[in-house]
Each structure stands twice: as C-alpha cells, then as structure tokens.
Design a protein around this ligand. Structure first.
Ligand code: UDP
Ligand code: MG
Length: 335
C-alpha cells in the first residue's frame, strides 16, 4: 500500500527530548537551540512528528536556569519546561521528565544539557526505533576528551559495578531512547532508589546500542566529582544486586576455615608443651577480625538503609511549576 504524505505525518512518532538541568545557565541557551534544530531536522525528513518537543526538567537550580527555560518556552512552542520543587539529583530529574512525557509521546530521548552527548546520535537512535527497537542505549565510543583521571575512574566504575553483580551497559550513561510502551511498564518499578541505567535493562523489550563520541562540556562545570561517582556506584550496586552480601558470607566462611586451622595449630603446640605467650598473634587476629566485622556490618547497613528508604515510599519527584498544561491519561498516578 502506498502511504500518502498526510498519513505519514499522522503516523510519524512524537519524540520528547528530556533534558535535566541543574545550574546550567551558562550552557542552556547554546544547547537548547541545538536540540530544537535536531527536532526540526528529524521532522523535516519525516522520521518524527512535528508535534515533538524538547522538555527541560529544572532540578531546583539556584541560578537563572528556570528563567531561561521559561523564556524559551514562551518563545517557541516546541520547548516545554517543568520544575522540581527542589534539587533531587540527576536521576530523579530524568525520571520526572520521562513520567511527565510518556503519555504525550511515542518515544523519549534523555540527554544531558551540557552538549557532551553528541545529538547527532539521535538520528541513529530514531532509526533503530523505526526498525523495531524499544530501547536504544547511547554508548560512548571513546573518552579521548576526558582527563586521564575521569577516564580511569569512569572505567573502574563500570568494572566494579559488573564485578559486584549490577548489570549495566558498558560506557552507557543516561543518553538513551525509550519508547512510551516501555515507560508504561517502567512506571510500575516503584523503587525510590533510582539507578536508571541499571533499571531500564530490567524492563526488557528489544534493545540495541548506538555509539557516539563524547565531547567536552560546552560550558559550566561537571556536577559529578569523584565523591558523587562513588556514591552513585554504591547506590547502583546496593539497589541492583545482593552480591556484596553473598561475598560477606563467603568471606566469613574463609575466615572460619583459617581459624579452624589456627585452632588445630594452637592445640598441637599446647599438647607438645611449646605454647608461648602469643601476645602479638592474638592482637593481630583480633584487629583483623574486628575490622572485617565492621566492614561487613557497614555493607549490611547499606542494604538496611535502602530498605528504610523504600518502606517510606516518599514521592520520587515533586513538580512545582510547569510551562505547559500536563493532562495525564491516568490521573493521580505518580505525583
Ligand atoms: N544534573 C541534575 N541534577 C543534579 C546534577 C546534575 O539535573 O543534581 C544534570 C545536569 O544539569 C546535566 C546532567 O545532569 O544535564 C549531567 O550532569 P553533569 O554534566 O554535571 O555530569 P557529568 O557529565 O560530568 O557526569
Ligand atoms: Mg556532563
């Protein structure tokens, strides 16, 4: 059947680009135009509908970010802004955007607003969607522009995560296409400990990757210093995997075995009448074992902390302001 242009326009998928923004006044005016140009380009070749939008999620910025977003939304209907009631972090901001957008569109692409992720990869992402993939992960092909330190810590991050049993797509951050169909299922994942890049693969559906080279930040500063990266890694592991708990058990078993040999040795020495004062060996064992116990307690504590937060079931995001009228099909669902 030959499809007419009219039908094609109706059928084209509506894309919402979800952009979390925290203190991004320096870079937002530059990248906002880039996102809009990309939407116009894709719409012009009929890959997406002209009804597509760029949705900014202000994550409680302390600078002029929200004013800039509001002005953009006034100037062009393709821009939409929503604002979280306070700073809740990158993951919650992305989730807020995805959940707000999902009933208005067919596909979403989440991307950082600093211009580090190559927006031209969106073409390939949309192509993959049109080929039947419901999730498309943007994967960094190189890290040449990162400093050695950032590259090293980021690589250790992925290696550590997978060693600890948290399945993540290698070198994939939060630049990805998710279809509204997948988001509908994802909305049922109710956890408050959000680690999106680990959760999205759990939803399943057909997926693929698109690689792109990551550039330097166009302006402004990174919000992910080493401390936050470690926190994210710990969060990721403890919310996706119980492997550390099993490792504690294994470690305990190993220590028990060694102690058993130690006991045998002590008994034999005592029976042979060669027992000495043994102060040094005692001290070493006590120090070692108590250290190990504290670490194990800490790890168990991490999980208890997670349970504590989950049982409260606090809202994962609170939207305080909007530049548009949001009409959820299923009212009163998330917020
Ligand atoms: N971001 C956010 N809330 C935060 C921290 C960051 O919404 O509390 C946004 C930020 O505006 C950016 C994205 O998350 O769009 C990634 O942050 P950043 O570029 O600082 O991290 P990096 O790329 O250095 O890992
Ligand atoms: Mg960045």
């Amino acid at each position: 059947i030959k499809i007419s242009h009219f039908q094609e326009a109706i059928m084209a998928a509506i894309l919402y680009i979800i952009v979390p923004c925290y203190n991004e006044e320096a870079v937002l005016p530059i990248t906002a135009t880039m996102f809009l140009t990309k939407i116009n380009e894709l719409a012009a070749v009929g890959k997406i509908s002209p009804e597509s939008r760029v949705m900014f999620v202000n994550d409680g910025s302390r600078d002029r970010t929200w004013e800039i977003i509001s002005e953009l939304a006034k100037g062009d209907e393709h821009y939409i802004g929503i604002s979280q009631s306070r700073n809740r972090g990158h993951q919650n901001a992305v989730l807020a955007g995805l959940m707000e957008a999902r009933e208005h569109c067919d596909i979403t692409i989440s991307i950082d607003c600093d211009g580090q992720d190559d927006i031209n990869a969106m073409d390939a992402m949309v192509d993959a969607y049109l080929d039947g993939c419901e999730v498309v992960y943007g994967v960094r092909s190189s890290r040449e522009t990162d400093t050695f330190f950032k590259r090293f810590t980021a690589q250790s991050f992925y290696k550590f995560l997978s060693a600890m049993g948290a399945e993540v797509v290698y070198n994939h951050a939060d630049y990805r296409l998710i279809s509204a169909r997948v988001l509908k299922e994802f909305a049922n994942f109710r956890e408050v400990n959000l680690f999106l890049r680990g959760l999205v693969p759990l939803v399943g559906f057909k997926s693929t990757t698109v690689s792109y080279s990551r550039a330097e930040r166009i302006a402004g500063e990174s919000h992910y210093p080493l401390k936050k990266m470690i926190a994210l890694a710990v969060d990721g592991i403890t919310s996706l995997s119980v492997k550390p708990l099993r490792m504690i058990t294994g470690f305990g078993a190993a220590v028990a075995l060694i102690s058993f040999i130690g006991v045998l040795w002590a008994l034999i020495t005592a029976i042979a009448g060669k027992a000495v004062a043994g102060w040094a060996s005692m001290t070493c064992i006590i120090c070692f074992v108590s250290g190990v116990q504290l670490i194990c307690l800490g790890i168990i504590g991490e999980y208890i902390g997670k349970i504590y937060l989950e049982t409260k079931q606090r809202p994962r995001y609170i939207i305080s302001e909007r530049t548009w009228v949001h009409k959820p099909a299923e009212p009163g669902r998330e917020e």
